[in-house]
Design a protein around this ligand. Structure first.
Ligand SMILES: CNc1nc2c(CCc3ccc(C(F)(F)F)cc3)c3[nH]c(N)nc(=O)c3cc2[nH]1
Ligand SMILES: [Zn+2]
Length: 372
């Protein structure tokens, strides 16, 4: 069956809420952070690592997997779960966002988006139907509607026309989904509308009028200011039905996660923790720590003195700094593990705080220590 969202408890003093998303590949406690597994792997992490750190769902990348290894191999493998040996939920994006952030000379028409592969320059066309079909082949548990994510600085006319086309694409994708998807697969609609509240309201009302299994807020974390993100987030979220999951796409840093969950968002994703790990930066309860700094040359304490993860229980800042300085892959792996664990643990603490009506207290305590 398609997913079922179960609301457990709303925080007394904010819109933050605890719930469970029941899927064919297992239950997802919310609020939850979802590690990004672009190329069929959360970089440097095995599925056992992901289970050990408390990951409940990971993201797969439709655009990338379509180009490599391609859907022929994906189908022969029996889908992404089998291919990558991850038997818990997988959420996939619809590919449009990745086409715009990665490929060359893409062109938008009513039919869809034509683009050239960033790998070999070959020509391709993504349509709403094609996007669902690829997500079907991946065996995605939670699929995204094919949309256009507009730049934060796009003008009103462009955003209005794009938003209306995204609604037409959403309808086409939903019709194709009802006809072709496996009953265990779910589909989310995506609300667009840029930085314009009237367009956000129209997009939200018309998207939620369609019977999607959940709803994403798109078009954020694309260069707007933090104030704009929070303003659009808090304006848009109330239009989303309370009895279905809400996903704020591309979020984020700890503060963006707190702001999203405070607004009533249930799900968030971001490449941040693994990306900054590969650059030698750790997220800690006292803020970011650039472990490559000379200051840590003889610091034999753990990355985060309050963290009980595998990395923090077994390795020192000095050792991880050394690994990064000699470009040893283990450095990126130990930092990735810790950064993902840090955000997943933060979400677990947030869920506990909501259960005790002290979400805002926990947010303040976290912000004060982190240095926000
Ligand atoms: C970083 N900011 C941001 N990311 C955004 C994303 C991508 C989310 C995503 C999903 C899957 C992966 C994968 F690597 F795991 F595959 C990686 C990233 C958006 N996606 C869609 N469809 N509409 C949007 O309007 C939108 C806005 C977004 N702002
Ligand atoms: Zn740690």
């Amino acid at each position: 069956m398609a997913l079922k969202y179960e609301l457990i408890k709303k925080d007394k003093y904010s819109n933050a809420r605890v719930g469970v998303i029941h899927t064919a590949h297992g239950d997802i406690p919310t609020p939850i952070f979802m590690p990004v597994g672009t190329l069929g792997t959360v970089k440097t992490m095995t599925p056992e690592d992901l289970l050990g750190m408390g990951a409940k769902i990971i993201l797969g990348n439709t655009y990338h997997l379509y180009l490599k290894p391609g859907m022929d191999i994906m189908k022969k493998a029996g889908g992404l779960h089998k291919f990558m040996n991850w038997d818990k939920p997988i959420l996939t994006d619809s590919g449009g966002f990745q086409v715009f952030s990665l490929s060359d000379n893409r062109k938008i028409t009513e039919e869809g988006v034509t683009f050239r592969s960033h790998i070999d320059g070959s020509k391709h066309l993504f349509t709403p139907e094609k996007s669902i079909s690829i997500q079907n082949d991946i065996h995605s548990d939670i699929m995204m509607s094919f949309d256009e994510c507009v730049d934060a600085r796009a003008d009103y006319d462009y955003v209005e026309n794009s938003m209306k086309r995204t609604l037409r694409w959403a309808k086409r994708g939903l019709d194709y989904h009802k006809e072709h998807s496996h009953p265990d697969q779910s589909l989310f609609g995506i609300v667009q509308g840029g930085m314009f509240k009237d367009l956000r309201e129209r997009s939200a009302r018309e998207t939620t009028a369609m019977d999607f299994d959940g709803f994403s807020i798109g078009g954020l974390s694309v260069g707007e200011t933090k104030e704009e993100m929070i303003d659009i987030l808090n304006f848009t979220t109330p239009f989303l039905p309370k009895d279905k999951p809400r996903y704020n796409m591309g979020v984020g840093t700890p503060d963006y996660l707190f702001e999203s969950f405070e607004a009533g968002i249930d799900m968030a994703d971001c490449v941040l923790p693994t990306r900054i790990a590969r650059n030698g930066t750790a997220l800690t309860s006292r803020g970011r720590l650039v472990v490559k700094n000379a200051a840590y040359k003889e610091d034999f304490t753990s990355l985060d003195h309050e963290c009980d993860c595998y990395t923090c229980r077994n390795y020192s800042r000095a050792y991880i700094r050394h690994l990064m300085n000699v470009n040893e892959i283990l450095g990126a792996r130990l930092l990735s593990y810790h950064n993902l664990y840090f955000l997943l643990k933060m979400c677990e603490n947030i869920r506990e705080a909501i259960m005790e009506d002290r979400f805002l207290d926990y947010k303040k305590e976290f912000y004060d220590k982190y240095g926000y």
